[in-house]
Design a protein. Structure first.
Length: 244
């Protein structure tokens, strides 16, 4: 009887130990699984951080490249719109600004004036002193014209020895004559290029918006016509376009 109880007790103890061992093993497996999941999450997080960093760097590089390309495009566009010799706007840019000024004047019921200037007898400068000196003279003329203008006005080189001056807003049409007088006075003093001394005069034609038109090409053409009349009849003077 005692032997049987001892045997049963031995079996029960063995089963209990096995259960404990099984629970301990299961707990270890659970810990190992958690550690494994943590390693996977950590590795995945590191990969995500690295990928995100690479994405940020690539985005910044793309932004820098795009900004550089945009700036280069602007520089090229600006250079293409400016006269290589004088640095003044070319006729296309002047026409664009004239169109914008017309829209502004129409909206605000104001006037604008366009002055078409042609240097008198400039061909003689090129013929007697050479084109290199002529170029220097044109650069000085451009500087004189710009210095005589307000900040909001535009001086452009139309071509050769012809210049256009846009007075974006004038109170009275007669204001343009004050500017023309100022321009002629600015050009009047003798100038020097190296050892050469020269005196300049100019003929100026003036057109007014809206009296002489409401289109850039029309205003330019009518200022041009008035300039030729001034050149033909009164060298060194200015003439208004008198017909609409």
């Amino acid at each position: 009887m005692s032997a049987r109880l001892l045997k049963n007790s031995s079996k029960a103890k063995s089963t209990s130990e096995l259960a404990q061992e099984a629970r301990a093993h299961l707990a270890q497996v659970h810990r190992d699984l958690i550690e494994a999941e943590d390693r996977v999450v950590a590795t995945h997080a590191a990969e995500l951080v690295e990928a995100n960093e690479q994405l940020v760097v690539s985005t910044l590089r793309a932004h820098v490249h795009a900004e550089t390309a945009t700036n280069e495009l602007k520089s090229v566009s600006q250079l293409a719109a400016l006269d290589a010799l004088t640095g003044l706007p070319k006729r296309a840019l002047l026409r664009e600004r004239l169109g914008q000024a017309i829209i502004h004047a129409r909206r605000n019921d104001t006037l604008l004036a366009l002055l078409f200037l042609d240097l008198d007898n400039f061909k003689q400068v090129n013929d007697t002193l050479g084109h290199a000196v002529g170029d220097q003279v044109l650069m000085q003329v451009a500087h004189c014209l710009v210095s005589a203008m307000r900040a909001g006005d535009t001086v452009s080189r139309h071509g050769g020895d012809e210049f256009l001056i846009l007075l974006a807003e004038v109170t009275h049409a007669s204001d343009a004559s004050l500017v023309a007088d100022k321009v002629l006075a600015t050009l009047a003093p003798a100038g020097e290029v190296g050892d050469h001394v020269f005196a300049l005069s100019a003929s100026i034609g003036i057109s007014i918006y809206p009296a002489n038109g409401d289109d850039p090409d029309v205003l330019i053409d009518r200022a041009d016509t008035a300039m030729y009349f001034a050149k033909k009849n009164r060298i060194g003077k200015f003439v208004y376009q008198t017909f609409a």
